[in-house]
Design a binder for this molecule. Sequence first.
Ligand SMILES: [Zn+2]
Length: 223
Amino acid sequence: MVRRKKKAKNFPRVVSFSLTARRDKGQSDYLAMNVIYNARIQQAFVRSILFRSCGKCKGRLVYVSKNRNDQTASFYCEACQQFVQSIKASYKLQFIAFNPQQQRFENYVAYEDALQPILGRTAQELEEFLKQNTNVLDFIERQLLQLNCHLILRVARSNRDTAKGVEAIVPVVDQNEWVPIVQKFIEYKQQTTLKLDKVLQKELSSLSLHLLERLNVESSMEP
Ligand SMILES: [Zn+2]
């Protein structure tokens, strides 16, 4: 028990969210799980990171029917076997990473618990954020590509997917320096806006100088 605690301390803070979530569900902690050390993400299908799920069972909503009268959509949940009113956004990210232990590329899939800590937003929050910041998905993709990370795998269960379920993605960086990706995006955006402002100011001042010079020349040319 003591040894476990000591070990857990060495794990970066980014996994603590997943760990707490697991403990809340009464599951064992990740120390019993499989870890792929120093994996490198080669491809991440960020375009489809968000999907609509049932607010009740969190299952994927596949069937949509448009109501002819008011054009609103109804979603059918196969698990609950009914049309559901409560709908929420959820994360599901499929990605390919290089597994250095096996020396091969493998398919992985990550959900809410694994993505929220590294993105710094819940799926619901990202969906909102996306409305004003459509290019955030490109930014997330760029940040994930070639990311060196430890992948903590979910306990294998019989599933139809060939992809391995990921419990946590732990970036191999100094944990004090790790900034959640959406936060990084906000900072990046602020910086580029500042830079643009400066460039614009410079352009404007040189333009006005140029205009002044021309005016002077023209006025001196007048008879
Ligand atoms: Zn459901």
